[in-house]
Design a protein around this ligand. Structure first.
Ligand SMILES: [Zn+2]
Length: 215
């Protein structure tokens, strides 16, 4: 007998709503999806509970292929030992599903970006913050000018770090040979976006100006 916790009970209540309101009216869709998925867009977003891409983009099942992690980061193309989760997802999306677009979505009030800026987890042990510190170390180069010009606290510096992180991920995406090649051939588009939690507004990165403008 499974004894549900309060947390599981809440999840299961949501599941029952989904079965009634989400699954039943889309029964045909789900039957179709049983045959396979053909999403045309991959979204890379933060694991933050407030920024669910399926919710923000109001998409139906099967429409977007999503990877979420701390601060929506894409590591560079690396063949070092280890388990490269983002690279595996990219490989699948780009080479197997052949998505047409990859959207990297950063967001406001991002704890991962804040930690990158303050470096407060620096030197902590794995399991005590060390995994996060190691992960967001990817932002160190981008952090430097921000910390120098805007400091390491306050929304202005944080926003700059959050938006710079999107650019880091885009640059790292382009270190993957298959992605670089497809982008050059025009069969794959890379895009940066930024979701501000407080006003629910999405901005898109204009890579020519480096500015994020309202979508
Ligand atoms: Zn975040």
């Amino acid at each position: 007998m499974i004894e549900p916790t309060a947390e599981l009970t809440e999840l299961l209540q949501g599941y029952r709503r989904f079965r009634e309101q989400g699954w039943k009216p889309e029964r045909e869709r789900w039957a179709e999806l049983r045959e396979g998925q053909q999403p045309r867009i991959m979204v890379i977003a933060c694991a933050d509970s407030r920024v669910d891409p399926a919710h923000i983009f109001d998409v139906r099942p099967g429409e977007i292929f999503v990877v979420r992690n701390v601060a929506a980061l894409v590591p560079p193309f690396e063949t070092t030992p280890g388990h490269h989760g983002v690279s595996a997802a990219l490989e699948f999306a780009v080479q197997v599903l052949k998505v047409r677009e990859i959207l990297v979505m950063g967001h406001g009030m991002c704890g991962g970006c804040r930690a990158a800026l303050t470096q407060e987890l620096h030197g902590t042990e794995p399991g005590q913050g060390g995994f996060i510190a190691d992960w967001i170390e990817m932002l160190d180069t981008a952090r430097e000018p921000i910390a120098r010009e805007l400091g390491i606290t306050g929304r202005e510096a944080e926003r700059a770090m959050e938006q710079a992180a999107v650019k880091v991920s885009l640059a790292n995406l382009r270190t993957f040979p298959c992605i670089e090649e497809k982008e050059k051939r025009g069969t794959l588009t890379l895009r940066g976006a930024y979701f501000a939690i407080s006003d629910g507004a999405l901005r898109l990165l204009d890579e020519e100006t480096g500015q994020f403008t309202p979508a």
